[in-house]
Design a protein around this ligand. Structure first.
Ligand code: NAD
Length: 493
């Protein structure tokens, strides 16, 4: 039996189900990227608002590239799915009822997506499409004009494929129909995600139609957000546990996550917004200090643990935390190499670091190091390189960051410490493979990878201190392996 409106009444008591009239929920938000994170984050806030405060803010979910099955699953169960919170003491469950509609661009066609975005009541387009979905250069935050999807959308603007292209075309339709614009809200892990989104959308609009670009600039806002909740990719094991929790009812669209969640949003919406502050979100004028804190302390330490953990044979973040040296190195990285670079005021960063380490210890989460290691070219700049620049300018120590970057180089080399192939997943995979195969193991490999300008810019690879630190860390990794390199580093603190 599957989760659906009909089977809601068969769920065990204790599972929270929609207490509100679902027919009153409207598609006021179109969300691009119905992945694990959105299901366990923004959708939960909206569901709480509907059940506790009579909010009518609901979603039309859209997947553009990948995720066909998730949309099909959702359609097959009356747009209902469940979120399980996994605490070490036990699980709790909630069925989300605020989704009105779900569309896949490659199944229903791009026109269906564009028409949904052009519906008059749509006030917000929110996005969780992973960093690579923005078609931007991580080192500069600018649109990649020769990206294949962007080239396609520049020549075929009416049938776009990229997320920026779809948003530009939907806005063109709204302008043509004299409808108000919508707010575009990124919930992806990028610094100043609102600015990146604005850059790529205006960048593409300018290539297509100057007048449209001017209209977008005048009518659309791009608030930045800081989003936090650890939501590992769903596995068959997770789905089995969810079914057990739902009393034997299957929910292939279900998702499981940690209990913690946080959302800081720049209060800048052109066409109204839900009252998220009523259910714990923080609406602020400037998100940047929060974003930097989270990206460098949480995501930075996650990437450090992911590369060094994967190389050492640790499959999950909680496995890394069993190794005292990994835990000590992650804490040192957070407090001594990331915290000093932050502009955050009034936050106890020691307490924040310790709370992150506790979250990483959650044995129910099973967050794979491989999952966090993917798309490194899109992640390193904001998670590690901005802090390295700070230390180079301020004569600070960055040994942990250098080891993290060296571990990324070792990881994208494609062969692990046991000589087994690593399944490297990255939008720049072809470039990475060419750099690896065109260089000798050792310092030449480091030099080759650091030459990747879209990631490292052009000043870091010229900085002798930076190159020497990464090369030394890389040589340690080759000689001693990841576990011992981390142990040697941790012993120095
Ligand atoms: N999972 C987490 O713990 C977490 C925490 C904070 C923030 N985030 C942010 O959310 C993003 C998504 O994470 P997730 O766990 O939902 O991943 P996921 O793999 O479950 O979902 C990815 C979504 O992105 C879409 N997508 C992928 N490539 C795309 C492209 N090129 N163009 C358009 N859409 C594309 C897919 O259709 C899918 O809906 C992360 O990259 C991160 O920026 C995730």
């Amino acid at each position: 039996m599957k989760l659906s409106s009909k089977t809601l009444s068969n769920l065990p008591t204790g599972i929270i189900v929609p207490s509100y009239d679902r027919t009153k929920i409207k598609t006021r938000i179109v969300h691009l990227g119905f992945g694990a994170f959105h299901r366990a984050h923004q959708a939960v806030y909206a569901d709480q608002l509907a059940s506790q405060f009579d909010s009518d803010w609901g979603f039309c979910e859209v997947n553009l590239i990948g995720g066909e099955q998730q949309i099909a699953d959702l359609n097959a169960q009356d747009n209902l799915y469940s979120v399980a919170e996994m605490a070490s003491e036990g699980w709790s469950g909630r069925v989300i009822g605020v989704i009105c509609r779900a569309i896949h661009a490659e199944v229903e066609g791009i026109d269906t997506v564009l028409e949904a975005m052009a519906e008059p009541q749509v006030a917000i387009v929110s996005i969780t499409i992973t960093e690579k979905g923005y078609c931007y250069q991580p080192a500069t935050g600018k649109l990649i004009q020769d990206h294949p999807l962007i080239q396609h959308d520049t020549t075929n603007p009416r049938v776009p494929k990229s997320a920026p292209g779809v948003i530009v075309e939907a806005l063109r339709l709204r302008r043509e129909r004299q409808l108000p614009a919508f707010t575009v809200m990124s919930c992806d892990n990028m610094p100043e995600n609102g600015h990146v989104t604005r850059n790529v959308i205006l960048g593409l609009a300018k290539l297509q139609d100057e007048k449209l670009a001017e209209w977008i600039e005048a009518n659309v806002s791009f608030p930045s957000t800081m989003v936090d909740r650890i939501v590992p990719a769903v596995t068959p094991e997770t789905l089995e546990k969810i079914a057990q929790q739902l009393g034997g009812i299957n929910d292939p669209a279900g998702v499981a996550c940690e209990p913690f969640r946080q959302w800081v949003i720049e209060d800048n919406f052109v066409n109204g917004r839900p009252e998220w502050e009523k259910v714990g979100a923080e609406l602020v004028q400037d998100v940047l200090p929060f974003e930097e804190m989270k990206l460098r302390m949480l995501n930075g330490s996650h990437s450090f643990l992911a590369y060094l953990g994967y190389l050492a044979g640790y499959q999950h973040i909680n496995d890394c935390m069993q190794d005292d040296n990994y835990a000590a190195a992650a804490r040192h990285l957070m407090l001594n190499e990331q915290a000093p670079t932050l502009r955050t005021q009034g936050v106890d960063l020691v307490a924040y670091a310790d709370s992150l380490l506790n979250r990483y210890r959650n044995t129910a989460l099973k967050h794979r190091t491989w999952q966090i290691a993917m798309d490194g070219t899109q992640k390193l700049p904001q998670r590690m390189l901005d802090s390295v620049r700070y230390h180079l300018a301020n004569n600070g120590n960055f040994d942990c960051l250098a080891l993290g970057i060296a571990a990324w180089i070792r990881y994208v080399g494609g062969v692990d410490e046991q000589g087994l192939a690593i399944e490297v997943s990255d939008p720049l995979l072809a470039q990475l493979q060419a750099l690896v195969s065109g260089s000798q193991e050792g310092s030449a490999r480091v030099k080759a990878l650091l030459s990747l300008e879209v990631v490292f810019g052009n000043e870091l690879p010229q900085n002798p201190k930076f190159v020497a630190a990464v090369t030394e860390a890389y040589e340690h990794l080759l000689k001693f392996g990841a576990k011992e390199s981390v142990a040697k580093l941790a012993q120095r603190f």
